[in-house]
Ligand binder design. Structure first.
Ligand SMILES: Cc1cc2nc3c(=O)[nH]c(=O)nc-3n(C[C@H](O)[C@H](O)[C@H](O)COP(=O)(O)OP(=O)(O)OC[C@H]3O[C@@H](n4cnc5c(N)ncnc54)[C@H](O)[C@@H]3O)c2cc1C
Length: 401
């Protein structure tokens, strides 16, 4: 008899998990508190970067490659280009820690890359005002994924394999122990299953009290779209995805894209991944704090000074061609672990419950590969090829330090 699995959360990770579980024969029900593709979790904003230049560590690169193969196969099956290969430009001072980590990861995993001087980079991509003593690392494999198309594809495959989804179904509690784990819905129903998989993104901590001693947190981020002058748009639409590793923080963005036709925004999208303050926090500097937010009460009002002024200053200094009125801005949340490495493991109190969370601002690209890891863990009970880095024990060790 097939195993019944409830997946809590219908974001990219939950949908990919549902697909992987259903094609392994499980009877899958996805519970999603909102609808299919929305702005209230971690996947808002229409596009996500995919890159092999992984400053977070070369151990991620095998998973990126697996996920990329899956995205491309999905795109072929659906006749819809989910992934646009633009190349990725990362620029920073050669001493910048993230820049060095990017180069080290590229070398360790033989990621095709080019190192360019600021002068050579300016000649090739005149829109980037790379300071004279900085460098550029260019990886032709970089690009972006179209969020809605990717999530439509994951859901279509999951549904074709037999998975069911309920929208507007908010899980209140995961009830562990007993014959089978159960999911208590807000409306009061108690749903039993052989296995439960929690993929609730930035909302995970609320559903998992005590898990990782409060180490799962939510962080607020703002995405903005400028409208550059029409004469500059053609050049901006041909540029690669990019990241600027600057003393003011880690900024990134996309080419100028016309996405209004598919429910998105026409414009030049950019955001700040980590600020200089964040870098000081990571370095353990006393007094440097960025308090996590409560995902239920996150401030969704975009503030000109606090949120948009740093983006405008970045453009003025490093990418002036992309300046223009900010036509649209939105708030999105990262669901983070303390190290910003993912957590994918059984719940320590009930091995029939699997948790996949803490995708910390870089998880979307991995969804199909993470779906496989989740299915192996939930159904076979084995860590399989899930890196130790994503285990509960590893994160617990971090917290004990
Ligand atoms: C601004 C921003 C930029 C990013 N850029 C990139 C990038 O360029 N490249 C990249 O790879 N990644 C990027 N990421 C990260 C990536 O988007 C996330 O890691 C990924 O979307 C996480 O997917 P998820 O399914 O875990 O979370 P979500 O997409 O948030 O899905 C979780 C789902 O669970 C639902 N849910 C929550 N609680 C409950 C409950 N109690 N009951 C039922 N349903 C519930 C939510 O409604 C939500 O739909 C970015 C994230 C942000 C915020």
């Amino acid at each position: 008899m097939s195993e019944s699995v409830i997946v809590v959360g219908g974001g990219a990770i939950g949908l990919a998990a549902a697909w992987s579980l259903a094609r392994r024969g499980a009877e899958v029900l996805v519970l999603e508190r909102h609808g299919h593709v929305h702005e209230l979790g971690s996947h808002g904003g229409y596009t996500r970067i995919i890159r092999q230049a992984y400053h977070e560590g070369s151990h991620y690169i095998g998973l990126v490659r697996e996920a990329e193969d899956e995205w491309l196969a999905l795109a072929r099956r659906r006749g819809d280009p989910l992934l646009a290969r633009t190349g990725l430009v990362e620029f920073g001072h050669p001493d910048n820690a993230d820049y060095q980590a990017t180069l080290a990861a590229c070398r360790a995993s033989e990621v095709v890359h080019e190192r360019l001087s600021a002068a050579a980079a300016r000649e090739r991509w005149p829109m980037f005002h790379v300071p004279r003593d900085w460098e550029v690392c260019y990886t032709p494999s970089g690009g972006y994924l179209r969020v809605r198309a990717c999530m439509d594809a994951l859901w279509a495959e999951a549904a074709a394999a037999g998975a069911k989804i309920r929208h507007g179904a908010r899980a209140r509690e995961i009830v562990m122990g007993g014959d089978r784990p159960r999911v208590l819905l807000e409306e009061g129903a108690l749903l039993p299953a052989d296995r439960v998989v929690v993929c609730a993104g930035a909302y995970s901590a609320d559903l998992l009290p005590g898990f990782l001693r409060g180490g799962l947190t939510a962080q607020r981020r703002v995405l903005a779209w400028t409208t550059p002058a029409p004469a500059r748009r053609s050049a901006l639409s041909k540029m690669p995805v990019w990241a600027g590793l600057t003393p003011e923080g880690f900024f990134y963005g996309f080419p100028h894209l016309e996405m209004a036709g598919e429910g998105g925004v026409d414009g030049f999208k950019l955001a700040c991944h980590t600020t200089a303050t964040w870098d000081r926090i990571q370095a353990g500097e006393a007094g440097a704090t960025a308090p996590p937010v409560n995902p239920e009460r996150v401030d969704r009002v975009v503030d000109l000074q606090r949120d948009l002024a740093p983006l405008e200053r970045f453009l003025e200094r490093y990418l002036p061609a992309a300046r223009g009125p900010i036509e649209r801005a939105t708030v999105c949340m990262y669901g983070c672990t303390p190290s910003w490495d993912f957590i994918i493991d059984h719940h320590p109190l009930d091995a029939r419950v699997t948790v996949a969370a803490g995708f910390s601002g870089h998880g979307f690209k991995f969804a199909p590969a993470i779906g496989r890891l989740i299915a192996e863990l939930a159904l076979a009970g084995a860590r399989g090829s899930a890196p130790e880095l994503f285990s509960y024990a590893r994160h617990q060790r971090d917290l004990a330090r």
